[in-house]
Design a protein around this ligand. Structure first.
Ligand SMILES: *Cc1c(COP(=O)(O)O)cnc(C)c1O
Length: 374
């Protein structure tokens, strides 16, 4: 597959990132079918995990998504510009003093994490038009969120803050049998009872991608998948029917033959135990390809695996193309993310999470979105 668009005057010696928006929409429908009794929202923070928040949000809005989550107000403004006035956009980091005009201008809903954020939003709502808000109660992740649900007994206060959603976040949803999942669910259930008593009609949300796959008791009214939309497995060692949404390819710059005892790359960390054919490709850690993949990850050329030899450099990687020798030519593209290796395969090789594989992919990659229409 040739990802390069010949009409754009761009250097050919760059990695190509192809983002399949149809795959993103299909993955969103996968969560919809798993949480059929709930609404399925979409988390598009961090530029939709590096895939492009505007393109992803537009595609998902067209597929029927009505609720988006971003990390901060600037991300929210970008999504608002992409999808128009109809959808709800919640800002997970909440609101800081001075940000009220930004929230107002883009009709953003803060996720209120602390008592002082609640006060700030009550004040904003008292002094002009302002959106509703979510209330985030910490049930065990100890990161953001109110550490007590006591304020839910103050019905006047939650109403003044315009709370229309009460949410919490799972710490261990990627590990289905972790005991904290059941503990957080039990805590959220009791909070949910208090929330519904104080605010009849308020909606409830607990689950990220991994939480959705923990089963119906975790779904409540609204689910918030992120990583699964983008092709990452929600569970460690999971095999959910999620499609690859990102393809990363890099062009071969040089093909060589090395002999037994020759070393490859900085630090001479790889030493050939037999003669082999190598290809050096235009992809490096400056493109967001993690250094930890050196000596551990692989690419795929014409269906054959091409192991990474030695260290990942800033701009270059050398792979063993012995198994695909006839196809190894300057300009040929080697796949480093896609159906094989998946983002999960790449994450295992780099000893990190699929989230980091996606969010690191940098601006030097030539980006192309496919499936934008419909
Ligand atoms: C990032 C995030 C999500 C999405 O999590 P995934 O594991 O990517 O599905 C959901 N809720 C909150 C509060 C988040 O911060």
């Amino acid at each position: 597959m040739t990802a390069h668009d010949a009409s754009t005057p761009t250097a050919l010696a760059r990695p190509r990132l192809t983002i399949d928006l149809d795959a993103v929409a299909n993955n969103w429908r996968f969560f919809q079918s798993h949480a059929a009794a709930a609404e399925t929202g979409a988390v598009v923070k961090a530029d939709a995990y590096g895939l492009g928040a505007a393109q992803v949000a537009r595609k998902l809005a067209a597929a029927g998504c009505r609720t988006f989550f971003v990390a901060n107000a600037e991300e929210g403004a970008e999504v608002r510009a992409a999808v128009g006035a109809e959808v709800a956009i919640y800002v997970l980091d909440g609101i800081l003093p001075g940000e009220q005009p930004l929230f107002r201008a883009h009709a953003l809903r803060p996720v209120l994490n602390t008592d002082w954020q609640i006060d700030l939003w009550i004040h904003a709502r008292a002094s002009g038009p302002a959106s509703t808000a979510a209330l985030h109660v910490d049930t065990g992740i100890h990161r953001l969120g109110l550490t007590s649900a006591a304020m839910l007994s103050d019905a006047d206060r939650v109403r003044a803050a315009g709370v229309d959603l009460v949410m919490s976040h799972l710490a261990c949803a990627a590990t289905p049998d972790h005991p904290l999942n059941a503990e957080q669910l039990a805590r959220f259930r009791s909070i949910a009872d208090a929330a519904v008593a104080a605010l009849p009609g308020v909606r409830l949300s607990l689950s990220n991608s991994g939480g959705v796959l923990l089963g119906a008791p975790f779904h409540f009214d609204l689910v918030r998948p992120g990583i699964g939309l983008y092709g990452g497995q929600p569970h460690d060692h999971g095999r959910a029917a999620i499609a690859a949404a990102v393809t990363l390819e890099a062009p071969i710059l040089q093909v060589s033959r090395i002999q037994t005892g020759d070393t490859v790359g900085y630090g001479a960390e790889h030493e050939a135990v037999a003669a082999c054919d190598t290809a050096t490709v235009a992809l490096g850690y400056a493109d967001g390809f993690l250094r930890m993949s050196g000596g551990r990850g692989y690419g795929v050329l014409a269906g054959a695996r091409t192991p990474i030899l030695g260290r990942v450099s800033m701009d270059l990687i050398t792979v063993d193309v012995t198994a695909a020798r006839p196809h190894a030519k300057p300009g040929a593209l080697i796949t480093f993310l896609g159906v094989d290796p998946t983002v999960d395969d790449a994450a295992r090789a780099a000893k990190t999470a699929n989230y980091e594989i996606l969010t690191r992919l940098g601006p030097r990659c030539v980006r192309r979105h496919v499936g934008e229409a419909g």
